[in-house]
Design a protein around this ligand. Structure first.
Ligand code: S3P
Length: 186
């Protein structure tokens, strides 16, 4: 599969709680590719946590940094890259991913997302009186955009390795289709 992936990165997109980082790390190990987490890189570059960046500079500042960091990372080397939930919503980032990567949407339903995000309090967007309502709104706004991803995998409430296996199968199917359509038109 690596030769078909070529110079591209596998870019995981989807909402907070979908499992992008956990699944991404294991997917990278299975593929023999390096793993990186864009949110982590943004924090390193800023020398601040994401909640601190939101609090001290606001969301727009975070979004600008997010776009720049992901653009840079996509040009560095092929790898599995987990992105923050808002990254793929930015048109320039979507285009950069389309140029340099294969996008994989980890799709999860509301209940699973809320179950996962409740465990941690590091997400500024959910620090509101009604996180359920925010999550529902984000699902409505973002799912039509995530749907543009090259590959879609349902993130279910099962051990992560099963989701990793589904990702590998979906990627193989996508790459196989690309290969055969390329061959047909050659
Ligand atoms: C965000 C998701 C977060 C992080 C930031 C904003 C979003 O990443 O980038 O809090 O807009 O959905 P995760 O999806 O990894 O939680």
């Amino acid at each position: 599969m690596l030769s078909q992936i070529g110079n591209r990165s596998i870019v995981l997109v989807g909402l907070m709680g979908a499992g992008k980082t956990t699944v991404g790390r294991r997917l990278a190990a299975r593929l023999g590719l390096p793993f990186a987490d864009a949110d982590h890189e943004i924090e390193q570059a800023a020398g601040k946590t994401i909640p601190e960046i939101f609090e001290e500079h606001g969301e727009q500042y975070f979004r600008d940094g997010e776009r720049r960091v992901i653009d840079r990372m996509l040009q560095e080397q092929p790898r599995v890259l987990a992105t923050g939930g808002g990254a793929y919503i930015n048109e320039a980032t979507r285009e950069a991913i389309a140029r340099n990567g294969i996008s994989l949407w980890l799709r999860a339903d509301f209940n699973l997302l809320m179950k996962r995000v409740r465990r941690r309090s590091n997400r500024p967007l959910l620090k509101t009186a009604d996180p359920d309502a925010v999550m529902r709104k984000l699902i409505d706004e973002r799912y039509p955009v995530y749907a543009h991803a090259d590959v879609v995998v349902d993130s279910r409430d099962v051990p992560h390795d099963q989701i990793v296996q589904s990702c590998l199968e979906a990627l193989a199917a996508h790459l196989g289709n690309q290969h055969s359509s390329g061959a047909a038109s050659a």
